[in-house]
Design a protein around this ligand. Sequence first.
Ligand code: NAD
Length: 273
Amino acid sequence: MTDMGLVVVGAAGRMGQTLIRTIHAMPGVKLAGAVERAGSDHVGMDAGELAGLRKIGVEITDDPLSAFAKADGVLDFTAPAATVEFAGYAAQARIVHIIGTTGFSDEQNAAIAAAARHATIVKSGNMSLGVNLLAVLVEQAAQALEPEDFDIEILEMHHRQKVDAPSGTALLLGEAAAAARGIELAEHSVRVRDGHTGARETGAIGFATLRGGSVVGDHSVILAGTGERITLSHHADDRAIFARGGVKAALWARGRKPGLYSMRDVLGLSQTR
Ligand code: NAD
C-alpha cells in the first residue's frame, strides 16, 4: 500500500509541530498538507522548517478544503470549534479524521458523532498507550472496590498555557471509573470544590486541577479507603507519545467503515470492558 497522506491542522501549535516531526520519522505515512487558521503569521511558511526539520516542500495553508482533497487523513489537535468544522470537511472528503482536541461541549460532541455517520473518526482525550492502559486499570480497580468503601479522586497537572479544565484525560479516566461503577459521570462528578462544601457524597468522582510551568501532562487516580489508599498514575514527559498514537490511529482507521472509534479500539483494549 502507498504511504498514507496526512494533513496536520493546527500545524504551528505545540502538538502540530510534534505531529509534523513524528510523521517525518514514521514509516507508512507522509505529510500531505499543513493547515493553520486564517490570519496566522505561519501561513505560507514551510511546514518542515517550522517544526525544526529541513525544508520539506509542504507550505502551510489556511484552506483546509483543498488540503483535505489531496489527503487520506487529517490529524487534528486544535480547538473545539475548529475541530467541529474540520469534521464536516473530512466527512465530505471521505477521509479519516483523528481528533485529539479536548474541551468539547455536549453540542459539539453531538456534531462530531453526526459527522461520524459518513467519516471514520478516532477521538480520544489522550492518544498515548500508557493512559489508555491506565484507564483499563482504573476500571478494574473501580469495579473491585465498593463505592461505600473507596472514594475516587482524579488529580491532574498541565502546563500554564492549557485552556480547558479538567483535562480531556482526567475526564477520560473519570468516564472509565464511572462506567465500571455503572453510573453517569456527569451526574456524579465534582469538578470544583470551594468554601463550605459539606461532607463528601458517597460514590462521587472528584477532580482537582493544577496548572503551571511546562508540564506535558500528569494524572493520578486516587482510590481512598479508610486506612489505605491506592494511587494509579501516568506522567507524560514528551508530546511525541500523543503524536505517535495519533499516527497509529490514522493507519488503523484507513479503509475502516465510518464510525466514531476510540483509542482503546485502536490499541485493542476495548474488549476488557
Ligand atoms: P496549541 O494552542 O499549541 O495549538 C493549537 C493550534 O491550533 C494553534 O496553532 C492554533 O492556531 C491552531 N488552530 C486553532 N484554530 C484553528 C483553525 N480554525 N484552523 C487551523 N488551525 C487552528 O495547543 P496544543 O497544546 O497543541 O493542544 C491542542 C489541543 O490538543 C488541545 O485541545 C489539547 O488539550 C489537545 N491535546 C490532546 C492530546 C491527546 O492525546 N488527545 C495531547 C495533547 C494535547
